[in-house]
Design a protein around this ligand. Structure first.
Ligand SMILES: [Ca+2]
Length: 228
């Protein structure tokens, strides 16, 4: 804050108070990212943060952890991330997570998600970094930020029949996006006409396509040079 006055016209000045913000947040938005307090440094002790995501009505959230490292304990009794299908502490429990294993993507089939991040008085780790989006189709949506991860619905389980997902990746202006596939497993008779993944190098499906891809593959990397 910077306060300055010239030599004329004095006023009553200003008065304010301040306090540190707590870590609880309500995100009423279609997409975003979520990081533990202090990320990428270790999280503070004795935190208890409630984060509620509210996407537009009649849409479904998809939630993906990009990095995860929370003090390990057999029942996640020390530090944990608790996720519920709804917006309150008594909504249906999806899972309580701790340790270093990356939790599977979360598809609550609902437009609200409740997260509680709790740490105890000792042994902090790096915490977590997650991306979320939403779409009326139950999968797809805008992925925003300088990095992130995503997957098809119910991954690592099988996707349902008649799946139609469109993701749009928005990166900072002027930057090239690289997409790395950890796994592709799309069953198709062979010509990639009915079951496929296609990338478009631009803002929509009128942009130059890359692909289609189908079949089984691992660890492939594509650079998308689109940068507007
Ligand atoms: Ca701890």
């Amino acid at each position: 804050m910077y306060f300055k006055s010239d030599t004329f016209l004095p006023g009553n000045g200003l008065s304010f108070s301040y306090q540190i913000a707590n870590c609880s947040r309500l995100y009423e938005q279609e997409y975003g990212y979520l990081r533990s307090p202090g990320w990428p440094d270790i999280y503070p002790h004795n935190m208890d943060c409630i984060m509620v995501l509210k996407a537009p009505q009649n849409s479904s959230i998809s939630f993906f952890f990009n990095n995860f490292d929370v003090e390990s304990h057999s029942n996640c009794g020390f530090d944990y991330v608790e996720i519920r299908n709804g917006s309150t502490a008594d909504s249906q429990l999806i899972g309580r997570f701790c340790g270093q294993a990356l939790p599977s993507p979360i598809f609550p089939h609902f437009n609200q998600l409740y997260l509680r991040f709790k740490s105890d008085f000792s042994a902090a780790r790096d915490g977590f970094d997650a991306t979320w989006t939403s779409s009326p189709h139950g999968c797809g949506g805008i992925l925003y930020g300088d990095h992130g991860s995503f997957s098809s619905p119910e991954y690592p389980g099988s996707y349902p029949n008649n799946t139609h997902c469109e993701w749009s990746i928005k990166a900072p202006r002027g930057r090239v996006v690289t997409i790395t596939f950890a796994q592709i497993s799309i069953d198709d008779p062979g010509d990639c006409q009915n079951n496929f993944l296609k990338l478009y190098d631009g803002p929509d499906t009128s942009s130059p396509p890359v692909g289609p891809y189908c079949g089984v593959g691992l660890e492939d990397s594509r650079s998308i040079a689109y940068s507007k």
